[in-house]
Every structure is written in structure tokens, then in C-alpha cells.
Design a protein around this ligand. Structure first.
Ligand code: HEC
Length: 692
């Protein structure tokens, strides 16, 4: 018996060495979005805590195509010395990774007037895939030319094959797909409003563009989960889409995705039930798309608490054994960890009771899951003690507002009086995702701490504009400048065709409304051009419309003090390192500043931040993300100590890529800004140690 144990120990030891060796075989590239296994980890070691203070700009690439309100959320990919990225106007560019020199550029639509979000591209051997509006394009990696043999003359229309009329849907993909053998597996971006488009996860043949499999996230009759919706939901409902991308485990032949809310996201009277597979972690067979396991994070979600990032594929140790696992961050601040193969939770999951909704027609789930470990990485639920004390006036104003709305914890129902949503619509965690370090088993996640106020308003059934547009552009069409543009006199700025196209396809944070149909869209365009509202189209006013809902939301409203700062006490943003063996927060630092408050001595408040971290074997966590101070930061990955920072040309609201070119380590980040009314930018900046 005894020597058996010794033998097992020896074998375990050897396996361990082999695993470490494979980690150490430094990968010079950043070949996939989010890095290999979506853990935003680089095995490179040249830049370290000792020398990071000498980091300097190695090159800057300027796309020259940023414009007011544009963003760059792209995580570049790098292979064989070439860096591929998307620009604010969604050109795809190939750059020499050592110099930033442009090798080629591809523009899918030179006449574009609108803002399109994009988080990057997918490489497969000689091809590059990316999505612009409704089209998945295939380009030749070397030349940037369209591969005409793919799909319909080089592209696949993502609205096709969803079982509904294509011209009535708005389907895109802000996050790139993932490759498994000869498949590109893709989630999608669809409106969170009704009428909706379904969020099928699909696999296309990389050579031909042919659809090879679909997974219906809104199940069809006979499929698992069909009974968690009303019977016709699969024909008319929308959302439940994997908007933050998918991750492939080639060895297990599995693909993992995390899905978003069902539409309409704030009021679910016509989607009563748990709404599987909205707000789920999904493990699918990569070859067939068949479901292997799932976990639903929110049942019948009405808080916009969808999963904001694709899972990280990680390895943890339990009882001395290594387990292939996945970690999932959330907007609510929970981190879930599961056995990757079986879906067994590796920390206990409890449940919390949900108060019933006071709003007509709504029926919430009786309880929601909660992760009991690790502790949440943001504060949850807002009480008076947590309100701002920045100035006595700010405190008084905020207190008065707070007492008029409901604040009953994370799962308090949306109401017509107003409900505090905290953590907010943008987390907690967001699309920048988390980084994971195999060496320290720490998960690094940046978080917003911002409360929002959600109010349901009865719909004005007479006007399509009031029903579909007023929540953002306001009933008087004046919008909220900086966030939602005013549409007063929009006819003087844009042609009728441009207006119609924007309504059909959406732009930036605006969903597309193709599903309204040409007649209604025409009526709305007339209204915007003439100012005369005759949009009481029968289709909209008839209560027979299956997508009719009694309530809409009054828009996306942050809970701010009268000076525009968060209504809660700091921290307003944090960076966290969470030990996933123990389920403990190892360190936590305030993240971001408002330069004008810092100048007055109010430092380290934290701030809104978008874009993710990257961790290196060299011992560092690199992250931009902070909206207002435009900083790029390097932290000691073990202690959370800030070791280096610099100011970027525009906020680095994106995830960096780390790679090696000609034997030198580079850290590159897209500096697109454009969040929270901050200036936009079009540059990619790469940092390296000065040449010896
Ligand atoms: C969820 C919020 C939201 C809703 C709902 C919404 N929009 Fe928008 N809309 C936006 C945002 C954000 C922009 C700016 C997009 C950008 O960044 O380019 C915009 C831009 C526009 C523009 C272009 C304005 C310009 O000056 O370039 C038009 C036109 C427009 N919206 C019309 C509509 C109409 C009509 C509806 C209803 C059918 C609608 N929107 C619904 C958020 C919204």
C-alpha cells in the first residue's frame, strides 16, 4: 500500500512539473480575443515589477477615424508578428506588431454614418472573421481582401436561419466568435426591447460559411426549457443572447457561453417563467451544439443583471487535486466557479427570497441564486448610510431623492415610483471581463460601484415614437445630450435614408428596430423630420400585437448628485484579486479618479471603468479602463501595489493584448474613450521597455 502512495505522489509531482513546463513555454502571441482560455494571461516575463517603471511608448497607431461619441472596445489579437484590431468606424486593420505600421486596412462600409461597437476579430489559419452590422465577414489574413467563397460573396447574413423573417430582425455580434476545428462559433447582439430577435448560438463552417449547428437559447417546442416560457415565446420573444462571446475548450470539445437578458429586459409580463436559457452559463458540445449543462444566474431577470462576460477557463485545486473549472463574473459582484466538465459548483450556492412585483402582469421568481463564496467584489444593496457625503448640499439632495424611491436590495422589483438598482446596469463586472493567473490562482476583476434608478412607465399606446424611442430620446425628443442624442431637427443633420437606417440597424447603445416593419419605421422617420407625430400605426396600437407591453422603462438613469458625481459614498470603482482556491478576496484597491476632485484633495475615490485587466507571468496586472483620468496602470499581481501608470491619449476602455515581437515584450491597448461623455480617440498605443 505504502509504495503505491509514493508512486501516486511521484506521478502527481511529474504531472505538476509537466503542467508548469507547458505554462512556461512562453507563448509569444495573443492569438484569441481575451487570450488563450479567455483568462487574459500572458506567460511573458521580460516586463516585471523590477523594471516596469521604465516602460515607455514603443509605437502609436492612429486610425484617424474616431468621431464624437465613438469608442474602441477592441482587444487586439496578435499572431506571427501582426496585430489585428478594429477602429472606431469599424475598419479592420493589420499592423506590424513591432512598429505599428499599417499593413492593410479593410472598410466594410465607407458610407457609414453611425457608431458600431466592436470588441475584436477572430483568426483561423489564413482567415480573419469579424462582424459588421448583420454580417459575418471572412477576410484573407495576409491581404485583408474579402474571401468571396465564404457565405454570400464573402459574408454571412446573421439574420438568416433564425426561423423568422430576416428583414424584421436586428442581429449583430459585438464580440468575436471562437474557432473549434473548422467551425466559427458565434453568439450575437440583439435588441433588449421588443419586438425582438432570438439569441441563438451558432456554428458556421469557416470555409463555406454554411450553418453547421444552432443552439436555441429560447427553446423550441420539445426542447429542454421550452416550458419555462409562454408557448409562443420561441416565435416572438428575443434576447437570451451570448453577447459577450464564447470560449472553446478544444480538449474537452466543449464551448462555453454566458447569456444576457430576455427582452423586454425590465418588464416580463409576456415572458412569465424562468426564461431558460436567458442569463445562463451554457456548456455545449462544440461539435453538435447540444447542451451538456447549464446554470441560470437570474430567473426571470428584470434588473438587467445579465452575465456581462464570457467565462474564464481556469484550473483550481480542491483537496489536493487539480480541477479544470470555469469562473464566471457577474454584474452583481458574485463569482461562480464550476467544474468545467460536469457543471458541479465548486463553492456553495444559496438562494435569496425575492419580494413579489407590485406591477400589473409581472410575476417574479420566488427566489434568486446567490454565491455564498467568494464574497461579492462590490457592495450590494443601497441604504441611507451609504449615500455621498462629498458636500453637505450633495448629501441633502441625494437623501431627498433616495427617500422617494424604493431601495430594497438587489432583487427588489422594478416599480413605477422608481427602484434603486445597485450594483447597477453596468455592474459590478462588465464586458472587459476578468483575468486569471494560473500561478497565484487569483482572479483579477475591475468593478463599477454605481447605483442606477429604474422606473417603469405606462406606455402611450398612441405613438410608436413614445413606445419605442422615448425611453432614451425622451418624450420631447431632447434626449440626454452626451448619452442619448437629441432628435430635435435630426432631419437637418441626417438624410431620411440615414435616419431609417439608424432606426433599422441601431447605433452604439441604441438597439435596431427592424422588427417594427417598414411602415412603422417610415412613420417614425416622418415624425422626426416634420415634428408631427402620426405614428399611431395600427400595428402598434392594437393590443393584439403579441409584443404589446403595458410598461416601458424611463431609460438608463444613473443615481447622481446635483454636480454629476455618484450619489453613493466611494469607492466608485475597484480592482480586486480573488483567490479561487480559497474563495477569498486577497486584495482590493480603489480604481480610478476624477481629476478635478483629485486636484482638490479628494483622491482614490475610484470611478466608472470599462475594459478589462491582463495578468502576466512577469508578475504584473495591466489595465486601462478608468474613464475620467485616462490612466494606464501596472499593479503588482501579488500585493495590488500600483507600480507604474501613464496617461493615455483617450481612456483605454478596452482590454490590453500582451505579446512578443522580435524578442521584445509589448503591451498594446486601444484608447477609444467615448464613455460617460469623455472625449473619443482612435489610437492604439503599444508600450515596451526601452531597447538596451
Ligand atoms: C436604448 C436607448 C435608445 C432607444 C430605445 C432608441 N435610441 Fe436612438 N439613439 C440612442 C443612442 C445612444 C444614439 C447615439 C448612437 C451613437 O452612439 O452613434 C441614438 C441615435 C439615434 C439617431 C441618430 C441621431 C444622430 O444625431 O446621429 C436617430 C435618428 C435615432 N437614434 C432614432 C431613434 C428612434 C426613432 C428610436 C425609436 C424607434 C430610437 N432612436 C430608440 C439610443 C436609443
Amino acid at each position: 500500500m505504502r509504495h503505491n502512495v509514493t508512486l501516486i505522489r511521484t506521478l502527481q509531482f511529474l504531472a505538476c512539473i509537466a503542467a508548469l513546463a507547458s505554462l512556461r513555454a512562453a507563448d509569444p502571441d495573443w492569438p484569441v480575443n481575451g487570450g488563450r482560455n479567455n483568462i487574459r494571461y500572458s506567460p511573458l516575463t521580460e516586463i516585471s515589477p523590477r523594471n516596469v517603471g521604465r516602460l515607455a511608448v514603443a509605437w502609436t497607431y492612429d486610425s484617424h477615424d474616431d468621431f464624437y461619441g465613438s469608442e474602441m472596445q477592441c482587444n487586439p489579437v496578435v499572431a506571427d508578428g501582426v496585430l489585428y484590431a478594429t477602429t472606431p468606424r469599424l475598419r479592420v486593420v493589420a499592423l506590424d506588431a513591432a512598429t505599428g505600421r499599417e499593413i492593410w486596412s479593410f472598410d466594410p462600409d465607407p458610407h457609414r454614418t453611425m457608431h458600431v461597437r466592436n470588441r475584436g476579430v477572430t483568426l483561423s489559419k489564413d482567415r480573419l472573421f469579424f462582424t459588421y452590422l448583420s454580417y459575418l465577414y471572412a477576410l484573407d489574413r495576409k491581404t485583408g481582401r474579402i474571401v468571396r467563397s465564404f457565405g454570400d460573396n464573402g459574408r454571412v447574413d446573421l439574420r438568416q436561419g433564425l426561423g423568422r423573417p430576416a428583414d424584421r430582425m436586428t442581429v449583430s455580434a459585438t464580440s468575436p466568435g471562437a474557432i473549434f476545428e473548422d467551425l466559427i462559433i458565434l453568439g450575437s447582439t440583439v435588441p433588449e426591447t421588443l419586438p425582438g430577435s432570438p439569441g441563438d448560438i451558432r456554428a458556421f463552417d469557416v470555409h463555406t460559411g454554411k450553418l453547421r449547428w444552432s443552439f436555441h437559447t429560447i427553446p423550441h417546442p420539445g426542447e429542454f426549457g421550452y416550458d419555462t416560457w409562454p408557448p409562443t415565446a420561441y416565435k416572438i420573444s428575443g434576447g437570451a443572447n451570448a453577447w459577450s462571446g464564447v470560449v472553446v475548450d478544444a480538449k474537452l470539445e466543449m464551448v462555453f457561453a454566458s447569456t444576457g437578458s430576455a427582452s423586454f429586459d425590465f418588464y416580463g409580463a409576456n415572458r412569465l417563467g424562468d426564461d431558460l436559457f436567458a442569463d445562463c452559463i451554457l456548456a455545449l458540445d462544440a461539435r453538435t451544439g447540444k447542451r451538456i449543462w447549464h446554470f441560470q444566474g437570474i430567473h426571470h431577470n428584470v434588473w438587467d443583471y445579465d452575465f456581462p462576460a464570457a467565462p474564464n477557463l481556469i484550473t483550481v485545486t480542491r483537496n489536493g487535486r487539480k480541477i479544470d473549472a470555469l469562473a464566471q463574473i457577474t454584474k452583481t459582484g458574485f463569482v461562480y466557479v464550476f467544474n468545467r466538465r460536469t457543471g458541479e459548483p465548486l463553492f456553495p450556492i444559496g438562494s435569496r427570497k425575492v419580494p413579489p412585483s407590485p406591477v400589473d402582469g409581472e410575476k417574479l421568481a420566488p427566489s434568486e441564486p446567490v454565491a455564498l463564496k467568494p464574497p461579492p467584489f462590490v457592495r450590494q444593496g443601497l441604504i441611507e448610510d451609504m449615500l455621498t457625503t462629498r458636500t453637505p448640499e450633495a448629501h441633502a439632495a441625494v437623501l431627498e431623492m433616495f427617500r422617494k424611491v424604493h431601495s430594497g436590495g438587489m432583487f427588489y422589483p422594478p416599480t413605477t415610483e422608481g427602484t434603486v438598482i445597485f450594483p447597477g446596469f453596468d455592474g459590478g463586472g462588465e464586458w472587459g471581463g476578468a483575468a486569471f493567473d494560473p500561478e497565484t490562482v487569483l482572479l483579477y476583476v475591475n468593478a463599477n460601484e454605481m447605483a442606477w434608478i429604474l422606473r417603469l412607465v405606462p406606455r402611450d399606446e398612441k405613438s410608436a415614437y413614445m413606445n419605442h424611442c422615448a425611453s432614451c430620446h425622451r418624450p420631447d425628443r431632447r434626449g440626454t445630450p452626451g448619452e442619448f442624442p437629441s432628435l430635435v431637427d435630426v432631419g437637418k443633420r441626417l438624410s431620411r435614408q440615414e435616419i431609417v437606417r439608424t432606426i433599422q440597424q441601431g447605433a452604439g447603445r441604441m438597439p435596431g428596430f427592424a422588427a417594427l416593419g417598414a411602415a412603422t419605421i417610415d412613420d417614425i422617420a416622418d415624425f422626426l423630420i416634420t415634428g408631427k407625430d402620426s405614428t399611431g400605426h395600427p400595428e402598434v396600437t392594437a393590443h393584439r400585437d403579441p409584443n404589446w407591453l403595458e410598461y416601458r422603462s424611463d431609460g438608463y438613469n444613473k443615481f447622481l448628485d446635483p454636480d454629476g458625481y455618484p450619489a453613493i459614498a466611494p469607492p466608485w470603482g475597484t480592482l480586486n484579486a480573488i483567490d479561487l482556491n480559497k474563495g477569498e478576496i486577497r486584495w482590493k484597491v480603489p480604481f480610478g479618479e476624477y481629476p478635478e476632485l483629485a486636484a482638490k484633495g479628494m483622491r482614490n475615490t475610484g470611478s466608472d471603468n470599462y475594459g478589462g485587466p491582463v495578468v502576466t507571468a512577469g508578475g504584473l496586472v495591466f489595465i486601462g479602463a478608468t474613464d475620467f483620468d485616462r490612466k494606464f496602470h501596472a499593479y503588482d499581481k501579488r500585493s495590488g501595489k500600483l507600480l507604474w501608470e501613464t496617461t493615455l491619449p483617450a481612456a483605454g476602455n478596452a482590454t490590453p493584448a500582451i505579446y512578443e515581437a522580435h524578442g521584445r515584450e509589448y503591451v498594446a491597448i486601444a484608447c477609444g474613450g467615448g464613455k460617460d461623455k469623455m472625449p473619443s480617440g482612435g489610437k492604439i498605443v503599444a508600450f515596451a521597455l526601452p531597447e538596451r
